[in-house]
Design a protein around this ligand. Structure first.
Ligand code: 5GP
Length: 189
């Protein structure tokens, strides 16, 4: 997605080897018009999939997931990182964060993912694929069907994209990064 790539080139920061900071337009301050364009693009690429639900993880996945859900006319569920006392029947999985070197749990109330659901996952970044695999695990536990996974930014030099595509999952990434270091960024195409 050219608009997104141009924005990453203009406003993205590369604070250390392999890390991209996009918090002036995606991760902290949000450019709502850009994120709406992202939602429109995901809705176009997954129009065929007949999704009944979008699934993401709080917090950074919510904005692109909501815009996608708005465009597709389906509800958006976000996996929570802490269990609220009001959640009766959580479906849980574990994520390993390579950036923070910690493990954390994510959970979804089983009320919001049912065996009949066709689920499209949307997230901000795909890196090693741990967050994506936890979402897949939650969908499997719920009995719902995964119909695709969309990522705003894929760091293609890390293993996540290959792992997901090797499983036969339809993965769409709007900006795929081939190389990233302190003063250089290169996109795959
Ligand atoms: P994975 O589980 O695929 O290794 O990493 C995905 C999650 O880690 C994303 O949801 C995102 O929050 C975070 N992440 C991974 N790499 C980056 C990065 O380069 N920049 C930012 N801002 N977040 C990242």
């Amino acid at each position: 997605m050219e608009l997104l790539k141009q924005r990453i080139l203009r406003d993205g920061k590369y604070p250390s080897e392999g890390v991209l900071k996009v918090d002036s337009f995606i991760n902290h301050q949000l450019d709502a018009q850009l994120i709406m364009s992202i939602g429109i693009e995901f809705a176009r690429r997954f129009a065929y999939a007949r999704a009944t639900k979008i699934l993401t993880i709080e917090a950074s996945g919510i904005a692109p997931a909501v815009m996608t859900g708005y465009c597709m006319g389906v509800p958006v569920v976000f996996a929570k990182k802490a269990k609220p006392c009001t959640m009766d029947n959580p479906i849980e999985s574990k994520v390993h964060s390579f950036t923070k070197n910690t493990d954390y749990s994510i959970m979804v109330n089983s009320e919001f993912l049912k065996p009949g659901d066709r689920v499209l996952c949307i997230d901000d970044f795909l890196a090693h694929g741990s967050a994506a695999n936890a979402l897949i695990d939650i969908i499997e536990q719920s009995g719902a069907t995964l119909v695709g996974m969309g990522f705003v930014i894929e760091k293609a030099f890390q293993a996540g994209g290959k792992i997901l595509r090797d499983k036969g999952i339809h993965v769409e990434s709007l900006a795929r990064i081939e190389e990233l270091n302190k003063d250089h960024i290169k996109f795959c195409d």
